[in-house]
Design a binder for this molecule. Structure first.
Ligand code: IVH
Length: 680
């Protein structure tokens, strides 16, 4: 029956491919399209959709197999069942102390004595997620934006380290194994092709359209974690790493279980000193809480787990001369000085720009044009100037005058006063808050199309800059009304790449409310705050209404949205240009209501607030428990509050306010019962 169905599907699919081929032929070879663009685009979408739903469908004439302007265009996009997250970085002891302190507080532990970490060298390669069904490798994805990756199964299939069939016991019926694809330094040296470093070589090879080419580059794979899994009975990372080995994966030989920060640092130093002897690039050590139960309780913030951190190795350094100090203007108007230096190779990467951070930093270090400086580069972090060699300074050198006017639009610049720290900001900003400043506008548009926002393939930073130059784009909405005719006349743009660009843009017209809010680049509204706002407002119209009625009451109560964010939102909505942009975007997009979390909707949007000290559980964990079950935490007693949870020594005023407003007051144990009893 299934077979019969598949045959039918294949027949439909091939028919569509045949029609597409005819359209392509007319369009590309005869330059005489026989259908409207929309008909063509719909057909392409249908084919891609079929391929997504039925992985056995393949055709050399499929749009997913065609070369575009970027290698990623060759691959079909597939959503990760469990998102692929990133890690926060630690650079020194203090960062590690803070990391552990947060864990201890979150878990409401007395001390960190019992915390065990799995310490694992962090390979600087390309991560991949391998899906095994009944022990068989069926699909491999790249990380992509973490939510959606590219189907690079065929290329991954050429890697001998990747078991095609798992061996041993306890193989779960379904599991996503995650790890790093990389190339050994010794193999890298033998390559004929020119890549800046092994990581680029691995990435380039993995994204080849032709798996035969991938095969020629000796890629390796080391496994370290999993995403989705069905029936996996393992309680900690150590066990899991052992299991990986039993199933036939390579794991890192240096992995080690460690307790205590001093020991973590010792291990870090040990591996760092061996770095040169190891035949692949590592850029730090990942520390993960070993116990899966604790990992689950700790959960995630934004894109990174609370239970893991990447402790970077100290960087590579070199010296060079500053020949110019350029002031870059960022999306939020921040003026960032960048040293243009004589290009110097630092750890395999040619560096010609190094950040000077801000005005205060230049002043403090007295950095000048013509200086010989030490430049540091740590892994994927932007290179920075760390010291000036005063002995080598030219007698005639002059202090650097930081501009007081915006170098892009000439507006006034200011340093804001921070009421909390009672200090002036170290960063100077252009006061032009919108699209009136060219540099700010360009950066805003780059942010709009960036990976975590609209994620439009083929609209990279360089293209945005060139489209700006050509006056093709001035505002975000212009992206949805591009003059494709004009673009196809540009150098380097063929019919196919224009068709691809059009397709990627059309493809992103449906967007979730949280991504939409984030994409606007409102200051202090990052991914996490955008999620908080969209979870509360749910409907895009309610977001737009903030600009009409200036009714911020609903969001003032959100825990996590403070004065700073509200002020920033008010500023945003009181700017006329922003309102025009919003209005135009509304016309072009389908902004999707934030989905209700149906699976775990136990608390059904009820709101909670805590007062007094909770016993045996931290505020942060209580908050995350509520949110995981679709409840909300608010920070004020108001009519909107459903439950005031009282711990030890609650604030009397809050209790009285709650009583006056008829808000239900419950104890900590009633609260915990509520979470548990309704759960299951
Ligand atoms: S765990 C949520 N373990 O580091 C946990 N990652 O910045 C995420 N990486 O994209 C990953 N070695 O490419 C983990 N032993 C290791 C790793 C490792 C390298 C990379 C991986 C990931 C990035 C996170």
């Amino acid at each position: 029956m299934i077979k019969k169905n598949n045959l039918k599907i294949k027949e439909i699919y091939l028919k569509k491919i045949k029609i597409l081929k005819k359209y392509n032929e007319a369009y590309f070879n005869k330059s005489r399209p026989i259908v409207d663009d929309s008909v063509y685009d719909d057909l392409k979408k249908e084919i891609l959709q079929l391929e997504t739903n039925h992985t056995f469908l393949k055709s050399a004439d499929s749009p997913s197999a065609n070369v575009g302007f970027k290698p990623s265009k060759n691959f079909k996009k597939v959503k990760h069942i469990v998102p692929m997250l990133s890690l926060n970085n630690a650079f020194d002891r203090e960062d590690l102390v803070n990391f552990e302190k947060k864990i201890v507080n979150f878990l409401s532990l007395k001390n960190s004595d019992l915390l065990q970490y799995s310490a694992e060298p962090k390979i600087d390669g390309i991560s991949a997620s391998l899906f095994y069904k009944d022990g068989k490798f069926v699909q491999g994805l790249s990380r992509g934006d973490g939510v959606e990756g590219e189907d690079i199964t065929n290329n991954l299939n050429t890697i001998t380290d990747i078991p095609k069939v798992l061996i041993g016991n306890n193989i779960p019926s379904e599991i996503d194994i995650r790890g790093e694809v990389f190339i050994r330094n010794s193999d890298f040296k033998k390559l004929n092709e020119i890549f800046a470093n092994p990581r680029n070589a691995a990435s380039g090879s993995l994204r080849q359209k032709n798996p035969e080419k991938t095969k020629k580059i000796p890629l390796k794979f080391i496994a370290y974690t999993f995403g989705y899994s069905k029936k996996l009975n393992i309680s900690n990372q150590l066990q899991f790493l052992k299991m990986l080995k039993n199933w036939g994966f390579k794991v890192n030989n240096f992995n080690k279980i460690i307790k205590g920060i001093d020991n973590l640092i010792q291990y870090h130093n040990e591996i760092e000193s061996k770095r040169k002897e190891i035949d692949f690039d590592i850029d730090g050590i990942v520390y993960k809480i070993n116990d899966f139960g604790l990992q689950k309780r700790l959960g995630f913030v934004a894109n990174a787990p609370r239970w893991a951190i990447a402790h970077k190795f100290s960087s590579n350094k070199s010296t060079s001369e500053i020949f110019k100090i350029e002031i870059q203007v960022g999306r939020t108007g921040a003026l960032t000085p960048v040293a243009k230096i004589k290009p110097v190779n630092i750890g395999g990467v040619l560096v010609s720009n190094a950040t000077l951070h801000n005005e205060d930093e230049i002043e403090r270090k007295d950095i000048r044009v013509g200086d010989i400086v030490t430049v540091e580069r740590a892994g994927d972090v932007i290179p920075r100037v760390i010291a000036v060699d005063f002995k080598k300074r030219n007698k005639n050198s002059k202090k650097f005058n930081f501009p007081t006017k915006c170098p892009s639009c000439g507006s006034k610049t200011i340093k804001e006063y921070n009421r909390i720290t009672k200090k002036f900001d170290a960063v100077r900003r252009c006061v032009n808050d919108g699209y009136g400043c060219e540099k700010i506008a360009i950066e805003k548009i780059k942010h709009f199309v960036s990976k975590e926002a609209f994620n439009i393939d083929g609209l990279g930073k360089k293209i945005i800059e060139s489209f700006w130059e050509l006056k093709l784009i001035r505002y975000p909405q212009d992206i949805f009304n591009l003059d494709y005719k004009k673009i196809s006349d540009l150098d380097g743009w063929g019919n196919l790449s224009v068709a691809n660009l059009k397709y990627s843009i059309e493809d992103k017209k449906n967007i979730s409310l949280s991504k939409f809010i984030y994409s606007l680049g409102i200051r202090h509204i990052g991914q996490e705050n955008a999620k908080l706002l969209s979870k509360t407002l749910k409907n895009p119209n309610k977001f737009f209404a903030l600009g009409i009625g200036n009714n911020f009451e609903e969001i003032i109560n959100i825990d996590g949205i403070g004065e700073t964010q509200i002020k920033s939102l008010k500023d945003f909505f009181s700017n006329e240009k922003n309102l025009i942009v919003l209005n135009e975007l509304k016309k072009n997009l389908k902004i999707i209501n934030e989905k209700e979390v149906s699976k775990n909707n136990i608390l059904g949007e009820k709101t909670f607030m805590f007062t007094g000290k909770l016993v045996g559980i931290s505020r942060a964990e209580a908050k995350s428990l509520v949110e995981n079950k679709s409840g909300k935490i608010i920070s004020n007693v108001s009519k909107k509050l459903n439950f005031l949870v009282t711990g030890e020594k609650p604030t009397v005023r809050k209790i009285n306010d709650a009583k006056n407003l008829n808000v239900k007051i419950i104890s900590q144990s009633e609260f915990l019962k509520m979470l548990n009893t309704k759960d299951s």
